[in-house]
Write a protein that binds this ligand. Structure first.
Ligand code: ATP
Length: 279
């Protein structure tokens, strides 16, 4: 069953006078099933974050629609009601949990705040049980409930950010470079957690990353973006085995495993630009 349907999203940024407008997203369409996972990949500036921000309502598309469970996001309500509904449907986890978490709040207070705002029907006892349940779901020891963000490791902070997003019981979870700042071994654990979560809860994931190796671990479909365009979309295994578009081929050969090789990318990009007639 399709949970998230994105149809022809477009966004152009009109910068300062004298600067050409930047098309950050051009007719981007995709869908994600319940329990499914789509990776959005591309190099810096390809438009991935712009698409992620449009999904959660942080940025308004010039054109196009985002539909969750058949209902267009942000259509019927305005203002606060629209923001609340969108937040309950689609949650986002950012790259740096240190800046996205409130430093003054303990883990428990942070989760309770979200429950109070988004699930006010929960009585105090039920909210305590839900905090314990959320910590368990993201693999955090209950003794960490009293900790503040600065007392946690990067991986633990990202688990708190995921728990905070799950507290809302969203249908869709968008992760923007959510493991990029973590060590490889911590990355692997968070990716395993994300796979467990989508299996257990049937949430649809949109996983934004520049790192194809990481995306391959956690998605069943991939959308490749280049300068705002959708250059290729396919099942993950097929795309990694037989990339059709020269840009995807370039990304793949420049990232044979975890890690990014800028020199090789530069070489291949030059070759790709020649074939595309772009500079
Ligand atoms: N608020 C903005 N105002 C003007 N231009 C913007 C704005 N946000 C993004 N852009 C431009 O839109 C293009 C796409 O940016 P975006 O951040 O979506 O790419 P990205 O693939 O997520 O890159 P990165 O991985 O570096 O974040 C870039 O050329 C960027 O400079």
């Amino acid at each position: 069953m399709t949970v998230l349907a994105v149809d022809k999203l477009c966004k152009t940024f009109h910068g300062k006078r004298g600067h050409a407008p930047v098309v950050a997203a051009r007719d981007i369409s995709f869908s994600v099933e319940a329990g499914g996972s789509l990776g959005v990949v591309g190099e810096s500036g390809s438009g991935k974050t712009t698409v992620a921000r449009m999904l959660v309502g942080l940025s308004a598309p010039d054109q196009g629609t985002v539909t969750v469970d058949g209902r267009e996001a942000g259509r019927s309500e305005r203002g606060k009601a629209a923001r609340l509904r969108r937040a309950r449907e689609i949650q986002m986890v950012f790259q740096d949990p240190y800046t996205s978490l409130d430093r003054r709040l303990s883990v428990e207070s942070c989760l309770r705040d979200v429950l109070k705002r988004h699930r006010p029907e929960l009585a105090k006892g039920a909210a305590s049980a839900e905090v314990a349940n959320l910590l368990d779901q993201v693999g955090l020891a209950s003794k960490l409930a009293a900790s503040r963000p600065h007392e946690l490791s990067g991986g633990q902070r990202q688990r708190v950010a995921i728990a905070r997003a799950l507290a809302v019981r969203p249908k869709v979870l968008v992760l923007d470079e959510a493991v990029s700042a973590l060590d490889v071994s911590v990355q692997a654990k968070i990716l395993a957690l994300l796979n467990e979560i989508r299996d257990a809860l049937g949430i649809a994931l949109v996983f934004v990353s520049h790192d194809l190796a990481v995306v391959g671990e956690v998605t069943d479909h991939i959308l490749v973006m280049y300068r705002g365009d959708d250059v290729e979309q396919n099942a993950t295994a097929e795309l990694l085995r037989r990339p059709r578009h020269p840009y995807t081929q370039m990304l793949l050969s420049s990232a044979p495993g975890p890690g990014w090789q800028p020199e090789r990318v530069a070489e291949l990009r030059a070759a790709f630009a020649l074939t595309e007639g772009r500079s």
